[in-house]
Each structure stands twice: as structure tokens, then as C-alpha cells.
Write a protein that binds this ligand. Structure first.
Ligand SMILES: *Cc1c(COP(=O)(O)O)cnc(C)c1O
Length: 233
């Protein structure tokens, strides 16, 4: 497909794939260890389709309403919710979402669990950690994470697969690196404590501006919006 027809999305997607490969090479990692989650928030189904056709079946969205709006037009897509979840949207999540990366509340965990039990299904979750310390950001404080993850074990329909964070929004890559290494360190604590009996395999960290730093610190999933779909309005 030509760049003109898809608005340049496939070219930008290829450039992101190259950035991931190069970042892996620099630190001696295998690129197959780093999944690319395209973040399709604010994009129409028509904008998302070329990325799906290129083989990306999971899309990240940060608002449940957008998943509700787009899901009928994109039945082949598996939706990952990467934003905070309000309690009045939990039923929709259970109906439409395959992975929720913003878990930071036991009330939400309990609400999801009871709906999932009724629906007879499970949900992959990542616990979101506020490594930046910015008050506007969601996520648990780092010192709350181990205890929270221990308590998640009660909610048997929730399958914890890892940790997620958003680094401080700054060009200072030392500060960004501090956020990512803190997430990796927390994952080690969870593994060593055998918390919730899982290996916490995923570290969801890295976005358009900082994916190289995230990969250098062990990211297994980068969430990329603007670098694929172009700047948001
Ligand atoms: C929007 C968003 C992204 C993608 O950010 P870009 O800068 O567009 O790559 C990643 N993670 C979360 C949680 C987001 O809300």
C-alpha cells in the first residue's frame, strides 16, 4: 500500500519496528522479547485497519468508550485497556477487553472479579505503578506494590501478567531510566517473593518518546501511539 493511501502509517510502523530492533541490538536483547502494542486512542477504525492488516491484532486504548465505539467495526481486534478504569465501565471491560494494564485499586479488582465470575471468563491484568511520582498520574506508589499484588491472589479470575508504568514526561533520559529501572526492580521483588505464584513476565514500559530507554531497562512491551499513527490533535 502506498504511503499516501494509508496516511504514512505503514512507513511509520516500519520505522518503529526498526527502532525496536536497533534498541535491542544495542543492549544485546532479542527483538522477539519486545512486543509492540500499537496505541490507537483517538484514531478511527479506518486509520487502525492498515496496522491490523500488517499483523497487529492487539490495540491499546485508554478510554473504554473508545473501545465500545470501535469494536463493532474491528471485530478481529483484541483490545488492551491502558488507561484508568472507572467503576461504571467495568461491565463493558468484561465484555470487550482482553487485557487491562491500569490496575491500581482493590475495589476495581473486586468489581471486575465478580463480573468476570458471572461471565465465566478470566482477564489478563497488569498492575500500574506510578514511578514518576507525578500526582496527576494513575498507579500505585512503588512501596504499595508488593502488598497490593499479594492481595490480588484473592481474585482468581484476574491473571496478573506483569507491571506497567508511564515514565516522567521529560527529555531527561536519566530520569526516564530511573522510572523504568524501578519497575524492573519491583518485578524482581515480586518474583523473589513468589507473589501471587506467577513470574510477572511482562514489563509494559516505553512509548514513542522513550522506547529505547525502556528496552535498555528490560521492557517486554512498548506502547506506541504517535510514532505509528502520527501526532494526535
Ligand atoms: C497514549 C498512551 C501511550 C502512547 O503514547 P505515545 O506518546 O503516543 O506513543 C502509551 N501508554 C499510555 C498509557 C497512553 O495513554
Amino acid at each position: 500500500m502506498s504511503g499516501a493511501r494509508d496516511g504514512g502509517v505503514l512507513e511509520r510502523l516500519a520505522a518503529v519496528q526498526e527502532r525496536i530492533e536497533r534498541a535491542c541490538t544495542v543492549v544485546g536483547r532479542d527483538p522477539s522479547e519486545v512486543a509492540l502494542l500499537p496505541v490507537s486512542k483517538t484514531r478511527s477504525a479506518a486509520e487502525i485497519e492498515p496496522v491490523v492488516a500488517a499483523g497487529y491484532r492487539s490495540m491499546g486504548e485508554n478510554r473504554v468508550q473508545e473501545v465500545v465505539a470501535k469494536a463493532p467495526d474491528l471485530p478481529q481486534v483484541s483490545w488492551t485497556l491502558i488507561g484508568p478504569l472507572q467503576s461504571n465501565k467495568m461491565t463493558k471491560v468484561v465484555q470487550l477487553v482482553d487485557q487491562f494494564q491500569g490496575l491500581d485499586s482493590l475495589d476495581i479488582a473486586e468489581g471486575l472479579h465478580s463480573r468476570l465470575e458471572t461471565a465465566g471468563r478470566e482477564l489478563d491484568v497488569m498492575v500500574q505503578v506510578n514511578t514518576s511520582g507525578e500526582l496527576t498520574k494513575s498507579g500505585l506508589a512503588p512501596d504499595e506494590v508488593v502488598d497490593f499484588c499479594q492481595r490480588l491472589g484473592e481474585f482468581t479470575t484476574l491473571k496478573p501478567v506483569g507491571l506497567m508504568t508511564i515514565a516522567t514526561n521529560t527529555p531527561d533520559q536519566d530520569e526516564v531510566a530511573r522510572c523504568f529501572s524501578q519497575l524492573a526492580q519491583l518485578r524482581e521483588e515480586l518474583r523473589q517473593g513468589r507473589v501471587a505464584n506467577t513470574e510477572w513476565p511482562e514489563l509494559s514500559m516505553g512509548m514513542s518518546a522513550d522506547l529505547e530507554t525502556a528496552i535498555a531497562h528490560g521492557s517486554t512491551m512498548v506502547r506506541i501511539g504517535r510514532a505509528i499513527f502520527g501526532e494526535r490533535d
